[in-house]
Ligand binder design. Structure first.
Ligand SMILES: [Ca+2]
Ligand SMILES: [Ca+2]
Length: 330
């Protein structure tokens, strides 16, 4: 009788324990699923044409008016105080360890009050000749792209007045590939001469880098840049294929609500060149990969490793708990 009582009591306790464990595991499972969904929904790139994906594209930060005394220009270290651009010396031999970007406000800017001069300076020394300084820089930013989405990169370029074409050469690159070159003669100019230009490219679904660099004569003068913007202007739309058969599938179209990108016309005095085919003109083009695609995938991509959601082990734990076991009693 006592053994029978102990058996019933033990069985009851074990049953309660099992139920408690199952409730706990279910709670954890739903909590983790909810967090995973929330994380995915907030980090996955979204194609919003109104969003400029470049930070500080107008070079308004750091604020030159905060520099004392104000001389119309100054140099700022890569990615500090809101500069946000990754700055690199094109020829780093003998240059300061941290690359410096020169910002100016002496001429009228096409946007805001400041702009950049990509033939920069090693030091803040107005009035010197800067002879022997390899001052040209490249500046870049990286973004997470949506696979097969179309991106438009826009900017304003001007030669530095008083300096010829060899001193004013701007190259525009995406993932290390030169997509366009601007150059112009500043000798006849008495004032700044901004020209807007643009290129478009197709997202790989990975992180992609846009770069502007000075390709002119090395002398710390020339190649002015401002008003940079990068926008996702057209994302692929996946729709279910209409079919009366039992087979099902999907097809990908572009969102035709977004107008096709049209490069800004070249004006007199500005020379531009570009590589063929980065411009997308057809509504359903074959996606162009401007550089070798890397293994980075958008966060939340299913079963793709990086960024994907790990498979849960909970079902096997449930099976273990629910599997009947023999009870030993003395
Ligand atoms: Ca500006
Ligand atoms: Ca130069």
């Amino acid at each position: 009788m006592k053994n029978h009582f102990n058996y019933q009591e033990s069985a009851f306790i074990i049953t309660v324990f099992r139920i408690s464990v199952i409730v706990f595991l279910l709670s954890m499972f739903f909590l983790m699923t909810e967090r995973s969904f929330a994380a995915t929904s907030t980090t996955a790139p979204v194609c919003d044409p109104s969003v400029n994906l470049v930070s500080n594209g107008s070079f308004e930060s750091p604020d030159l008016t905060s520099v004392v005394p104000v001389t119309g220009w100054d140099i700022f270290e890569s990615k500090i105080n809101g500069l946000d651009w990754e700055v690199s010396w094109i020829n780093p031999v003998g240059a300061p360890v941290v690359a410096l970007l020169e910002l100016q406000n002496g001429y009228n800017a096409p946007d805001g009050l400041q702009y950049a001069e990509l033939d920069s300076n090693w030091s803040k020394a107005p009035g010197l000749t800067y002879a022997g300084e390899a001052t040209p820089v490249s500046i870049e930013q990286s973004i997470h792209t949506i696979k097969d989405a179309e991106y438009a990169l826009n900017w304003s370029f001007s030669p530095l007045p008083g300096y010829d074409t060899t001193d004013n050469v701007l190259e525009i690159l995406v993932d290390g590939v030169v997509l366009k070159t601007n150059s112009a003669d500043g000798i006849p100019l008495n004032d700044i001469d901004w020209v807007n230009d643009s290129v478009s490219f197709i997202g790989t679904g990975a992180v992609m880098t846009v770069t502007f660099r000075d390709a002119g004569k090395v002398n710390s003068f020339g190649t002015l840049l401002d008003n940079v913007s990068l926008n996702c202007i057209d994302a692929p739309v996946v729709t279910k294929k209409k079919s009366s058969s039992s087979s099902s599938g999907t097809r990908t179209n572009r969102n035709n609500k977004i107008p096709t990108l049209t490069p800004t016309p070249t004006v007199a005095g500005l020379s531009t060149s570009s590589v063929p085919s980065p411009i997308v003109s057809a509504p359903t083009p074959t996606p162009l990969v401007v550089a070798e695609q890397v293994s980075v995938v958008p966060v939340g991509a299913p079963d793709t490793g990086a960024g994907g959601t790990a498979k849960s082990n909970y079902p096997s734990m449930f099976n273990l708990l629910l599997t009947p076991r023999r009870l030993k009693f003395s």
